[in-house]
Design a protein around this ligand. Sequence first.
Ligand code: PMV
Length: 340
Amino acid sequence: MKILKATWESPSNIALVKYWGKKGNQLPLNPSFSMCLTNSKTITSVEAIESKSFGIDFYFEGQENLKFKDKIEKKIYELENELPWIFNFKLIIRSQNTFPHSTGIASSASSMSALFLCLVDIESQLNGTIIDLNRVSKLSRIGSGSASRSVMGPLSHWGKNEVFTSSSDDYATIFTPDKDSFLTDLHDAIMIVESTEKSVSSTVGHSLMNNHRHFESRIKNANKNFKDLISAILENAFGAFSRVCENEALDLHAMMMTSDPSFILLKPNSIKIIELIRTWQKDLNLEITFTIDAGPNIHVLYTNKDKEKVEQLLRVHILKEKICHEIIFDKIGKGPNKLL
Ligand code: PMV
């Protein structure tokens, strides 16, 4: 009886140009660009035991979790042509996150990518081949769109675009910044404004793009922002980078507010944080900007040069003033890592 094992850690990622809206089998309407984080990650181990019938046991943070088991089983059946070998095995999956689940940080990117890294690793052990990261990224994408980018660190782009001829809608591609770039040490302090589950899921949000009255203008703007972001990075121009990040974050939320039906995920304290950041940019001339995911939490991005000053401001004017109830300090990370 064959028993094969793999353990991987895979990070969460934060998009700077956002994937919002999909077509076909989880393909993006526009190109996106993101950075992997260091501290916010999922660690997953899979044990595949040869068996006459397929089945999954799923343990999340040590406890059997039937909701996750059903979700993964469904995904695996969707992928039966891609992973035919899997039906000769029983899988024991153990998964844990390094970030608390009550923070509102999306775990689908880190968890789906960690799972498919383990499955493709086991498949490579069976076939005696090396792990094809493009394939892992593609399978992770089918698991959850943004998970395609967690496979590729430190930064990656996903979705056909005019800037990189190698770009693809199927999988993400690594982008390595210049060693002198401000990005090599970019920090992301996540202001947890609210930690309850989102009132509208990303799945519903994506689908509302289909008949959106600003559909064309969003696609045009996302492509322009993608191009401008890469130019800003190549020129090492933090000011231009910051303008694109903020425009993208607010464009994403503008799409939510103007969809039919409309929904608003930002909270009064999210806006207060944005206003403070804008004041500090103007008055203190700091290299600080922000981005926002599909939720109320604000990701404050800042360079290593201004780290001490920014973190002091965040602690004193945001955390102590109770504008957020927690700050998760994170930074750009290298991408996934095989543990066993
Ligand atoms: O991967 P999904 O289907 O949860 O969608 C993610 C969408 C955003 O987080 C809002 C943007 C992105 O590109 O990560």
